[in-house]
Design a protein around this ligand. Structure first.
Ligand SMILES: [Zn+2]
Length: 116
């Protein structure tokens, strides 16, 4: 039975069932999470309960999944994509890792040794 999940069925699940939802299922529910309208259901109390599930559980999970995917799509660019070998012999990938010593360039780990 692979019935497509709806946001209405998810708010009727118990905690354990909701915790077991996969990231893909949460993404499938994205529209419902963003645009859920609890007033279509019965009573203010019930509407509040459902809104809390959406706001406190589902929306944060959806946001976390989206953030993780966005990060995966845009890997951080290095200043030296192929690495730069410093005078200490180490290879670094970003300018902020380069330190100047009286004996040449050094990474932070070797800085103390290079300074003498
Ligand atoms: Zn080094």
């Amino acid at each position: 039975m692979t019935e497509r999940l709806t946001i209405n069925s998810v708010v009727e699940m118990d905690q354990a069932q909701r915790d077991a939802l996969t990231d893909a299922q949460i993404m499938d529910l994205a529209y419902g999470i963003d645009y859920y309208d609890p007033w279509m259901s019965n009573g203010a109390q019930e509407a509040k309960r459902q809104t809390q599930i959406i706001d406190n559980e589902l929306a944060p999970r959806l946001a976390a999944i989206k953030a993780a995917r966005a990060q995966a799509r845009t890997p951080r660019k290095h200043d030296y994509p192929n690495g730069r070998t410093l005078d200490c012999g180490c290879t670094i990938y970003d300018t902020h890792e380069v330190m100047s010593t009286q004996n040449g360039t050094s990474c932070a780990d070797c800085y103390d040794q290079m300074s003498y």
